[in-house]
Design a binder for this molecule. Structure first.
Ligand SMILES: [Zn+2]
Length: 362
């Protein structure tokens, strides 16, 4: 079958020779993607320096898909259903999930498997091991773009905001307004933040940040961002800082600009390579500032994605607005990945619709 694979580091290609997946009994399903989105983390997988990947790994973890086949034990899904497939797919039978450890149950990053440690979704067919606990029904009236942007972008932004425990009246800073940062802005607004300061410069993102609830968008080009935030908060700093972008110094900046005593910093940004993510001695109160730091991976699973889709259904969020480009034909996934790598000025996310998707995929 056709698939988009990682041949060697830095070399992702389309092959016609990928082995088709077998149906995982007793709870699995075989699906075909009808809309796919390449992600910055696919760019990191292809070009980055992370852990060694399986040979000829099939890439991809963001898609809406049609179910082709279900195993004997599947109750709630049927062939023909079009479903949202979460990027993060915890194995809910892992014991440590009972201890609240869903994303790293059993081993680090066990929930982050699709297109990383197991074959991903950029293929004619892919398998999901446990359909009932993983796949998400898409409510009537929810569009494909919105559903597609729920599986990773919206759920990551909401994971960050929830982890930051945003309270009514908070001042929240969101560093980086790519797709995840934009969703974090919207999540913060819905959770009751009063002042939302987004940080970024790309015009297409600045516009959307304001639409999603940012009270102001600051630029790195106007000087030290921590100083800009302190100035706007009477020297107090933000109640919460959510790191969705920036360079290796983003954590230091976040510690500099978050409040003493009750400030929370949540990171969902990927830091490539080795080295240290630093905490400044001074603004860290020489280790006693009362500031909380959390390092988070996006949440996954069916219930989480169905809740986000319900937010779309009732008009609370519009993640489909993130899709700025559409490419038609499976082979154009190669172009989509390059576009995500280059981040041209008008681009936030790309949707790729394969030729077998059929009518009505808008
Ligand atoms: Zn992704």
């Amino acid at each position: 079958m056709k698939a988009f694979i990682l041949k060697d580091r830095g070399n992702a290609v389309i092959t016609e020779q990928a082995p088709a997946p077998a149906l995982p009994e007793p709870y699995g399903a075989i699906l075909e993607p009808v809309a796919m989105a390449p992600c910055t983390s696919d760019v990191n997988t292809v070009y980055g320096t992370g852990s060694r990947k399986p040979d000829n790994l099939i890439l991809g973890h963001e898609c809406v898909a049609r179910i082709l086949e279900t195993a004997s034990g599947v109750r709630d899904f049927h062939p023909g259903d079009i479903v949202a497939v979460p990027a993060i797919t915890p194995d809910w039978r892992e014991l440590s999930i009972q201890e609240g450890n869903d994303r790293h149950a059993g081993r680090p990053f066990s929930g982050n498997a699709l297109g990383r440690s197991i074959p991903g979704v950029f293929a004619q067919r892919f398998a999901i091991k446990d359909a009932d606990t993983t796949l998400a029904h898409i409510p009537a009236g929810v569009g494909i773009r919105d559903a597609l942007m729920c599986v990773d972008m919206a759920v990551t932004g909401f994971t960050a905001a929830e982890s930051a425990e945003i309270r009514t009246g908070d001042t929240v800073v969101v560093l980086g307004i790519g797709a995840v940062g934009l969703m974090a802005v919207q999540a913060a607004a819905l959770m009751g933040a009063a002042q939302i300061i987004a940080v970024g410069t790309r015009p297409v993102s600045v516009e959307l940040a304001k639409e999603f609830g940012a009270s102001e968008v600051l630029s790195y080009k106007d000087g030290n961002v921590a100083e800009q935030v302190l100035k706007r908060t009477g020297g107090t700093g933000a109640d919460a800082v959510i790191i969705c972008g920036g360079d290796d110094h983003a954590m230091e900046e976040a510690i500099d600009m978050v409040r003493y005593g009750i400030g929370r910093v949540v990171n969902v940004k990927h830091y490539p390579g080795d080295g240290v993510i630093g905490i400044p001695k001074f603004s860290g109160g020489r280790g006693m500032a009362g500031k909380t730091v959390k390092l988070e991976l996006c949440r996954g699973g069916r219930a989480r994605i169905e809740r986000l889709l319900k937010m779309v259904e009732f008009g609370r969020i519009r993640p489909g607005r993130l899709v700025t480009h559409r490419l038609d034909g499976f082979d154009r996934i190669t172009d989509g990945l390059e576009m995500m790598r280059e981040k041209t000025p008008e681009l936030i996310k790309v949707m790729v619709v394969p030729e077998w998707a059929g009518e009505g995929i808008e």
